[in-house]
Design a binder for this molecule. Structure first.
Ligand SMILES: Cc1ncc(COP(=O)(O)O)c(C=O)c1O
Length: 359
């Protein structure tokens, strides 16, 4: 029995590989490996896909967030409100930008809770990173803080208002995937995006190395022209990729055994991850073993609230996070990507429906 993989970026990219390689060959011939029209086109597409006024290509989604935080004016030592459940990169980026994460609780879909954020703002936090997790949009947060949106998982989602600045990941398993690491600072604040462009290029102001450095020390973080050509070829397929993910998710929704659930998805959610909810840690582990026996690979999701991660011990502030603690032992990711064949989708659905009821 062949195993069904959680992610299969090679199979997904079969749709546009030939066209992408032709674009990459042209760049290799021209020698324009850094910047140039290929990157400009990928940036235009990133802005369009997220419904924003602009985008700046950078080396990863993590860098996109760190640079966006700096471009938004974060100063060393400032508190940045983050949700207790997200990929570690969100807080990694806060540290990279010199901030101190303030970890607060989430709602029942794992999204930053506006009331908890409000309390942190009252305690003096002036920045927050709403993480639009699993393609779902965070509810509007109270005013009083600068927001830097973690849009890492939001390619293909319906655009929404008021995103001055944020970061998108183009990691190969994402909905709009690069052939390696890559990301974009995206947003509607064109001045902040211009600062982000300088910050990703050593803080240089001007078009060439050795020009004047602005008022920030930046880093080298740019989207590769080769990756940009690949992303441009992939962009044509995005609506199709999203529809396929949504169709697979609908099949799983209908198949779930009675003791299983899934996170409620927003209308138009592009399903970057399909999350199965079990009744508790024991049931989740039993489900993982059942899927394994059926030949289905699973992904353990964020295993603990962020502030319980050893690397953050003594390096963040945190409030009580009972909802995060209740959610993270229950969830599990199952394969839901456009590289799956119909028979593989059927096998995953069968495995989800045949999960034996709790004893
Ligand atoms: C929620 C979230 N934030 C940040 C990142 C970081 O993106 P990257 O892996 O491109 O650095 C990811 C990527 O997996 C993510 O899912």
């Amino acid at each position: 029995m062949t195993r069904i993989r959680l992610a299969d970026p090679g199979a997904v990219a079969a749709r546009w590989r030939a066209e992408a390689l032709a674009g990459m060959a042209k760049i290799a011939e021209s020698g324009a490996f850094v910047g140039g029209p290929a990157v400009a086109e990928a940036e235009r597409l990133a802005a369009t896909i997220l419904g924003r006024r602009g985008a700046v290509g950078v080396a990863s989604g993590t860098d996109a967030l760190a640079i966006a935080l700096q471009a938004a004016g974060l100063r060393p030592g400032e508190l940045v409100v983050v949700p207790a459940l997200t990929f570690f990169a969100t807080v990694g980026a806060v540290h990279l930008a010199g901030g101190v994460p303030y970890v607060v609780d989430v709602d029942d879909r794992g999204l930053l809770d506006p009331d908890e954020a409000a309390k942190a703002f009252e305690e003096g936090a002036r920045f927050a990173v709403p993480v639009h997790l699993f393609g779902n949009r965070v509810a509007t947060l109270p005013g009083g803080a600068t927001l830097v949106h973690d849009l890492a998982q939001m390619a293909g989602a319906p655009p929404f208002a008021d995103v001055a600045i944020g970061g998108l990941s183009a990691y190969p398993t994402k909905v709009w995937p690069a052939p390696g690491d890559g990301g974009f600072v995206v947003g509607d604040d064109l001045d902040a995006l211009q600062r982000a462009r300088h910050l990703g290029s050593h803080g240089h102001v001007g078009s060439h190395h050795h020009h004047r450095v602005g008022d920030h020390i930046g880093r080298n973080s740019r989207l590769d022209a080769l990756a940009a050509a690949w992303l441009t070829a992939a962009a044509d397929h995005l609506p199709d990729l999203v529809r396929r993910r949504q169709a697979i998710a609908a099949t799983y929704d209908a198949a779930l055994a009675p003791s299983l659930g899934t996170l409620v998805r927003d209308v138009g959610n592009p399903v970057p991850v399909y999350v199965v909810l079990a009744q508790g840690r024991f049931e989740r582990d039993r489900l993982a073993a059942h899927l394994d026996a059926c030949g289905v690979d699973v992904g353990p999701l964020y295993p603990m609230p962020l502030h319980a991660q050893p690397a953050l011990a003594g390096r963040c502030r945190a409030s009580a996070t009972p909802r995060a603690e209740a959610l993270c032992p229950r969830w599990l990711a199952v394969p839901c990507h456009p590289g799956l064949r119909d028979d593989e989708v059927g096998r995953v659905a069968d495995a989800l429906s045949s999960f034996p009821r709790p004893r």
